[in-house]
Design a protein around this ligand. Structure first.
Ligand code: DX5
Ligand code: ZN
Length: 222
């Protein structure tokens, strides 16, 4: 199982995003948190910002849409060249249609779940997806404490993905740090968003490398 670290720039300098991305060469992708003050009580940036970031980096862009009416907006991010687009199932009218649209545009289709949203009702949809994002904090803000109560859901999601077969990534987002990443990897996550843990450090790339080696150690059975 591959391990991927996908740092969130939410706590980086948003006025110099491409420079901030250049500080994490070891990252497998950069995680861009789009918020609309409707789906979550916070506002960040939208499509024009993602387009500008795209123009300035070859890094894989992992766009996390925390927005209402996501069926209408998500395809534009795939058209802008984001390699992965996550929509929240709570905000989507037609998740299967949307996932197919994203894939048709050449992006990886990813479905996000808030902490209180169960995975089981969506078991039959998993084959339409390239990634499932499980929130391990309430979406909206960086720097919150990891919710340990999410570990059983990570385990159950891993079991459903294994039963489905294929290579659907399982991403966790919120409160991931040196203290929590191993628990998540043990539970079956393979793709890790880390925001404040990475960008509050003097050497963000060293944190990315350390997180990766911790998770890989667990995945290797160490
Ligand atoms: C929160 C965002 C996260 C956030 C993670 O709603 O989706 O991606 O930036 O930040 P940390 O790692 O600080 O919890
Ligand atoms: Zn996120």
């Amino acid at each position: 199982m591959g391990i991927r670290i996908t740092p969130s720039i939410l706590n980086a300098n948003l006025a110099a995003l491409n420079a901030e991305i250049a500080r994490i060469p070891s990252a497998d992708a950069v995680h861009l948190d789009v918020m609309d003050n409707r789906f979550v009580p916070n506002l960040t940036f939208g499509l024009p910002m993602v387009q500008s970031v795209r123009a300035g980096t070859d890094k894989m862009l992992d766009v996390h849409l925390m927005i209402a009416e996501v069926d209408r907006w998500a395809p534009g991010f795939a058209e802008a060249g984001a390699e992965s687009v996550t929509f929240h199932v709570e905000a989507s009218e037609a998740p299967v249609k949307l996932a197919r649209e994203l894939r048709a545009l050449g992006a990886r289709a990813s479905m996000g779940l808030r902490p209180a949203t169960p995975i089981e009702p969506y078991a039959d949809l998993l084959g339409e997806l390239d990634m499932v994002l499980l929130m391990t904090v309430e979406p909206g803000f960086g720097g919150q404490s990891f919710l340990d109560i999410m570990l059983p859901k990570i385990r159950r999601t891993r079991a459903l993905l294994d039963a489905k077969g294929g290579d659907i990534w399982l991403q966790v987002d919120g409160g991931i740090s040196a203290d929590t990443i191993e628990r998540c990897a043990e539970a079956g996550a393979d793709t890790f968003v880390a925001g404040s843990a990475v960008y509050s450090a003097a050497d963000p790339d060293a944190v990315v490398r350390a997180l990766k080696s911790s998770a890989e150690g667990v995945a290797a059975g160490g």
